[in-house]
Design a protein around this ligand. Structure first.
Ligand SMILES: [Mg+2]
Length: 318
């Protein structure tokens, strides 16, 4: 049985792709157990027997798909679906409604609320598995496209678009908490000369190595390094006071220095160096938007260049 199903639906249930995570929501345990039998071999199965628990589980587990009973005591399936779709964290998770019988009005309402598909009781294992597999495959394609859209193709770190999103999120969070937010703008010194002397393939390799060196200098999962443009990088450091930002800047300087990439045309050093502009602020204290934050860091970067490059300049705006 398993073999034939895997031949029918190869994508989502392939042994070499990560096991799909399914959340089963039904107020009748017997229904959950029936569905569990269908999926337990190929998927990691999670369960909830009421709407509140389903919402909690969805937000913490971020499953690949949710199978949701419509008629439940307390919060019904429609309401659960509506809440899932209005939370940015869970809005991308496909929801398949489980209904006792076919009812066109019910299905129209479900699709209007953002349902991906319907499955009718009594559960037919082959149909159920096919529908779930389709949704998982679609979700994985969407996730992949989403991640490609946010990643710089050359260096593999975040791109400008992800930087723009991240700095807004961290700005708002720091504004709510009145906490420090630091930003480091980084520029590779005399990179045009490097490209002219060594050629573009070498230039690309240089950027990849510098990006990696910067990334490994950041320790916390919520610190972000992005390729801001050309040979410019940016680090967003939430909850980071001026001394912390200065420490990270020196770590970055050390690790780029450690690469010892020859740069015959630099004039500053025999190796590739970077200049940095560092700013720490508490949103709303001196500046009140991210554009001004970026401009302040750019000004410090310009100052570092003016002072002789291969260094960092700092400012505290709070
Ligand atoms: Mg029910």
């Amino acid at each position: 049985m398993k073999t034939s199903l895997n031949i029918l639906f190869p994508d989502a249930f392939r042994a070499d792709s990560p096991r799909p995570r399914i959340l089963l929501v039904d107020d009748q345990m017997i229904n959950i157990l029936t569905l569990n039998e269908v999926f337990k071999e190929d998927c990691d199965v999670f369960m909830a027997t009421n709407g509140e628990h389903a919402l909690e589980q969805a937000a913490s587990l971020l499953p690949d798909v949710i199978l949701l009973d419509i008629v439940m005591d307390g919060m019904d399936g429609y309401t659960v679906c509506e809440k899932l779709k209005s939370n940015p964290l869970t809005s991308g998770i496909p929801v398949i409604f489980i209904t006792a019988h076919f009812d066109e009005v019910d299905e129209v309402r479900g699709f209007e609320l953002g349902a991906a598909d319907f499955i009718h009781k009594p559960i037919n294992a082959v149909i159920t598995k096919a529908r779930v597999s389709n949704q998982i495959a679609l979700k994985r394609q969407t996730d992949l496209l989403h991640s490609i859209a946010l990643i710089d193709g050359l260096t593999g770190i975040a791109n400008r678009r992800q930087f723009n999103q991240a700095i807004q999120v961290h700005w708002q969070q720091a504004n709510r908490e009145k906490s420090d937010l630091s930003l480091i703008m980084i520029d590779v010194d005399y990179f045009k000369r490097y490209n002219d002397h060594y050629g573009h393939p070498e230039g690309d390799e240089c950027l990849r190595r510098v990006a990696h060196a910067i990334k490994t200098s950041l320790q916390r999962p919520y610190d972000l390094v992005a390729r801001y443009g050309g040979e410019e990088f940016a680090c967003v450091l939430p909850k980071t006071a001026p001394d912390g930002a200065a420490f990270i800047a020196s770590q970055i300087q050390t690790s780029v220095h450690g690469l010892a990439i020859p740069h015959a045309e630099s004039g500053v050093s025999p190796h590739v160096t970077i200049s940095m502009g560092v700013v720490t602020t508490i949103p709303g204290s001196v500046i009140d938007n991210t554009a001004d934050l970026i401009e302040a860091a750019d000004k410090q970067l310009y100052q570092a260049k003016k002072d002789g490059r291969a260094r960092a300049c700092f400012i505290e705006l709070k």
